[in-house]
Design a binder for this molecule. Structure first.
Ligand code: ADP
Length: 380
């Protein structure tokens, strides 16, 4: 399989570019705008929204296999294509339980995986009674289309909850409520499963979020070997039960008493795996292509002692390409700057990332490096 159709053309698809070249794979991208990052590396582009199944039909006509960098697709419409023989990897049945956060939580719970307590809002009236067990703060999440903290709200009291629901009075069933986990740290793990069912797992990382958006990733996480084993067992269980083919990300909470809970899963490459581009023998992007093309999987191990990845988030509305800041970042020893080539910066938008490799494992140095990167980036 040499022609891979990718639904979505953002930075995750863009970062597949060099792996595609290395493996001799052609990428055909379905994405709404010619300005989207992956258009620059695609062999061919179909300009259409990711949930435009007619466009995916065209994509299929030009591809041997179709994969996803964005899962906000129209599964029902795509299943007709699958019935006509179009090859999706991961298969659509593996995506179906994941796209709605409530269904995803139910799936995880039914598999026996540890998750926060949760319920879906069905009727506004009984909300006060239902949250009695949870107390405040609690977490309100949009069931669909949430990403980068969009659609995730930490709610501190009943009045704020009611206010939030008031906005969506016509359709309160769009929300999921969950208990707030006063986590000690957040972790993530990227895993991949091949067509033959082989599984490889990347080092478990620590992720640091601010305002629900990922700011930094430290690989590997400084956790016990039992906690690593728990995260790996969760990955195995999920990938096998979904018969998943491709790369898969699992976001986890490490609680103050050392337990690991699953927060969220993403059926694709993920921000928490960007460090693998510079720090691992096989990046998550190469792994994705290997898995969906039916090739043997590559070595996911970390090559140095530690990698620290810092996101470059937009902090203003601008068309600047931030040349001078990028140059300063590139001058940090062992730094690799990845700039996604977006034509417009907006607050919170992911514009690029920097990964710095360290020979030694030293938490304070990692924190200092993150600070250096952020003070250069957010200086103006
Ligand atoms: P998204 O899909 O937008 O990334 P997440 O569900 O991953 O949304 O939530 C984003 C962030 O919000 C998490 O990384 C975490 O920091 C915080 N968060 C989410 N759920 C909870 C929870 N139940 N308890 C505490 N914090 C949470």
């Amino acid at each position: 399989m040499k022609r891979v159709g990718v639904i979505g053309g953002g930075q995750l698809a863009w970062m597949m570019g060099s792996a595609a070249q290395k493996l001799g794979v052609e990428l055909i991208v379905q994405t709404p705008s010619s300005q989207d990052p992956a258009v620059a590396i695609a062999h061919n582009t179909i300009l259409a929204a990711v949930d435009d199944a007619e466009a995916t039909k065209k994509l299929a006509a030009n591809s041997d296999v179709i994969t996803f960098e964005n899962e906000f697709v129209d599964l029902e419409a795509l299943s007709q294509l699958a019935n006509q023989g179009v090859c999706f990897r991961p298969r659509l049945e593996a995506l179906a339980p994941l796209l709605d956060k409530y269904h995803q939580r139910c799936y995880l719970r039914d598999l026996g995986l540890p998750v926060p307590q949760f319920f879906a809002i069905e009727q506004q009236e009984d909300i006060a009674a239902k949250i009695a067990d949870f107390g405040f703060p609690l977490v309100l999440k949009s069931r669909r289309h949430g990403y980068d903290g969009q659609g995730t709200f930490i709610i501190r009291d009943l009045a704020s909850l009611q206010e939030k629901l008031e906005f969506s009075k016509d359709n309160p069933t769009l929300f999921l409520v969950e208990e707030f986990i006063p986590f000690e740290r957040e972790l993530a793990v990227i895993a991949a499963r091949s067509v033959d069912g082989e599984i490889v797992i990347y080092p478990v990382v620590e992720t640091q979020q601010e305002q629900q958006v990922c700011r930094r990733v430290i690989a590997p996480a400084n956790i016990t070997s039992e906690q690593v084993a728990t995260a790996e067992a969760i990955a195995h269980k999920l990938l096998d039960s979904l018969q998943f083919v491709g790369v898969f990300a699992i976001e986890l909470f490490l609680t103050t008493d050392g337990k690991v809970l699953v927060n969220e899963i993403a059926p694709r490459t993920h921000n928490s795996g960007h460090f693998s581009l510079d720090a691992c023998a096989t990046s998550q992007f190469e792994q994705q292509l290997r898995a969906v093309c039916g090739m043997p999987l590559g070595d996911p191990s970390l090559q140095g002692a530690t990698a620290i990845m810092v996101n470059l988030l937009g902090y203003e509305t601008s068309q600047s390409d931030y040349q001078s800041q990028r140059q300063q970042l590139a001058a940090i020893p062992q730094a690799h700057v990845h700039w996604y080539g977006k034509t417009e910066s907006r607050p919170g938008r992911k514009l690029g990332h920097v990964t710095v490799l360290l020979e030694n494992h030293h938490p304070t140095i990692a924190a200092e490096i993150a600070q250096t990167v952020e003070s250069i980036w957010y200086s103006s």
